[in-house]
Design a protein around this ligand. Structure first.
Ligand code: ADP
Ligand code: MN
Length: 252
């Protein structure tokens, strides 16, 4: 048996840096080290440039050595508004009873963990969401929705002729599964948090989702459905009034 030559420290460092196609100054050192560990675990060859940077998180495609892609969501800040929301939705939530929400870093990590738990609960209940892969500190890895590192469009980004009755029915069916089987309410559902791939709706961005029996959950579900209905009605689709949908979902 021949032994492989040991890599020098320099060679190894060069290799880790090769993981990042685009150097991103918003990634702090701790996150950077965690990304290297995750790459080893998931066979990731490289992280590509961010496809989005929202208020609280950025999404990066990650390409594996066998040419598959993951979506990597990195939470990097926590606005005053999200801090309030995290406290509201985690303190008193039995699923997060042992989570301390004292400092900002922990808050951000809790947000990532919460999105992972919600994604898992939705995925297991059969809702079309990106398959959750792992969460570590402020990093969430999930299935990539799209092809060859090119993300699928948001519902918001479709051309008018792509917005069909079938698409509406499909989305409503997903919300029904979410409500009846996963027993979760999204809470921020709109044309901005639905991706469309292969004529099917994928519900994304579920960090703020809450159980249906929580205070305000029904009100949030009503708002989610109103948002979807308003969007599709504007495009000339036959919609079902929110009140009827709530009855069908068994929450009214
Ligand atoms: P934010 O909190 O910034 O709104 P989102 O979870 O909505 O975070 O993701 C931001 C954007 O990243 C989405 O609008 C979408 O374009 C892209 N995106 C999110 N999840 C995925 C995924 N699983 N696969 C591919 N692209 C994604
Ligand atoms: Mn979003």
């Amino acid at each position: 048996m021949t032994e492989l030559p040991k890599k020098t420290k320099d060679e190894k460092r060069r290799k880790d840096e090769d993981l990042f196609k685009v150097v991103d100054s918003t990634i702090d050192y701790r996150t950077y080290l965690n990304l290297i560990q995750i790459a080893r675990r998931l066979n990731i060859e490289e992280y590509l440039g961010a496809i989005s940077s929202g208020k609280e998180a950025r999404i990066y495609p990650a390409k594996t050595f066998d040419n598959k892609y993951y979506a990597v969501k990195i939470y990097y800040t926590s606005t005053a508004q999200s801090k309030r929301a995290i406290k509201k939705y985690t303190v008193g939530d039995i699923r997060f009873e042992d989570v301390k929400v004292t400092n900002t870093k922990q808050l951000i990590n809790t947000w990532a963990k919460k999105e992972f738990k919600n994604l898992s609960r939705l995925y297991e209940a059969g809702t079309r969401v990106p398959k959750p892969i792992l969460v570590y500190e402020n990093i969430l890895v999930m299935e990539f929705i799209g092809e060859n590192g090119l993300r699928a469009p948001l519902l918001k980004e479709l051309n008018d002729e792509e917005i069909t009755q079938e698409l509406y029915d499909d989305l409503i069916q997903q919300v029904e599964i979410m409500t009846k089987r996963a027993k979760l309410v999204h809470g921020d559902l709109s044309e901005y948090n639905v991706m469309v791939y292969d004529n099917k709706c994928y519900i994304i961005d579920v960090s703020q989702a809450i159980p249906i029996d929580y205070e305000d959950a029904i009100m949030l579900l009503k708002r989610d459905l109103d948002n979807i209905n308003r969007f599709f009605e504007d495009k000339g689709i036959n919609i079902k009034p929110t009140e009827e949908l709530l009855i069908e979902f068994g929450v009214s």
